[in-house]
Write a protein that binds this ligand. Structure first.
Ligand code: ZN
Ligand code: ZN
Length: 253
């Protein structure tokens, strides 16, 4: 026969187990939301700038209006108009790499917003020669100021809820970087929809680029949205399947 005491003990035991399970489930759900970034309120704006049609991205915290501008390549006034219209406070100008088509509005944006200019040290000399590079293409790009700070692989650049993790993806240029947010990655000229960056410019190297992409980009989940330095957006899964440099038939695997 079961006594009342035993019953009470069992009830207590059951309640503790129930409480622990509920708490674990709640915590798991909470961390899942954090991981997937579902709770983030961000605004992403793409502007196509300059004669080489560079994608300049503005990523901003919807509430605090703090923002990061990625690759202000040209058309400074257009970028500044958006920033003013939306009331963004630009904290950083982040440069995926120093080629002239990605840095032409650096000076104007820095002067107007006071934002810090960030680049990987490996591409600092490339950025310093932007004006000269553009002349070789028959264009005339405004020289960029020097970077305020160098970023390296693993660094995280934050502006309000925006947090961009730096991935060093050399090959198109020595200090090329990609920038990872929850569920999205900005790849500069490393990876494009259906192609990869050219490697015939000074400091470029095909096998280095393939290795960068395989190690740092193709390891991301298939549904990761890819925002490229030129052309349309894609996903990691799509490139894994269709990109002639990266799929099973490429010969690079
Ligand atoms: Zn480039
Ligand atoms: Zn480019």
């Amino acid at each position: 026969m079961i006594t009342t005491k035993v019953l009470r003990h069992k009830a207590k035991y059951f309640l503790v187990v129930f409480f622990v399970i509920s708490l674990s489930l709640w915590l798991a759900g909470f961390s899942y939301q954090q991981y997937t970034g579902k709770k983030k309120n961000m605004v992403l704006i793409r502007l196509v700038v300059g004669p080489l049609q560079v994608n300049c991205f503005i990523l901003a915290d919807e509430k605090t209006r703090e923002a990061v501008v990625i690759d202000p390549g040209d058309d400074a006034q257009e970028i500044l108009n958006v920033i003013k219209d939306k009331g963004f406070k630009v904290k950083y100008l982040v440069i995926t790499h120093g080629h002239f088509d990605h840095v032409g509005a650096n000076k104007a944006l820095k002067d107007a917003t006071g934002a810090e200019l960030l680049i990987h040290e490996g591409d600092a000399p490339v950025m310093a020669s932007a004006s000269r590079q553009s002349q070789a293409f028959g264009m005339n790009t405004t020289s960029s100021p020097r970077a305020d700070r160098y970023v390296k692989h693993g660094d995280v650049i934050t502006a309000g809820e925006v947090s961009l993790k730096v991935l060093h993806t050399p090959g198109h240029s020595p200090g090329g970087i990609s920038l990872l947010e929850h569920g999205m990655v900005f790849t500069g000229d490393s990876l494009f929809a259906g192609s990869i960056g050219r490697t015939d410019l000074p400091g470029g190297d095909l096998m280095t680029l393939i290795r960068s992409i395989k190690t740092n980009l193709m390891t991301l989940p298939d549904d990761t949205k890819v925002y490229c330095g030129h052309g349309p957006a894609t996903t990691i899964g799509e490139e894994r399947k269709e990109n002639p440099f990266l799929n099973a038939e490429s010969g690079f695997l």
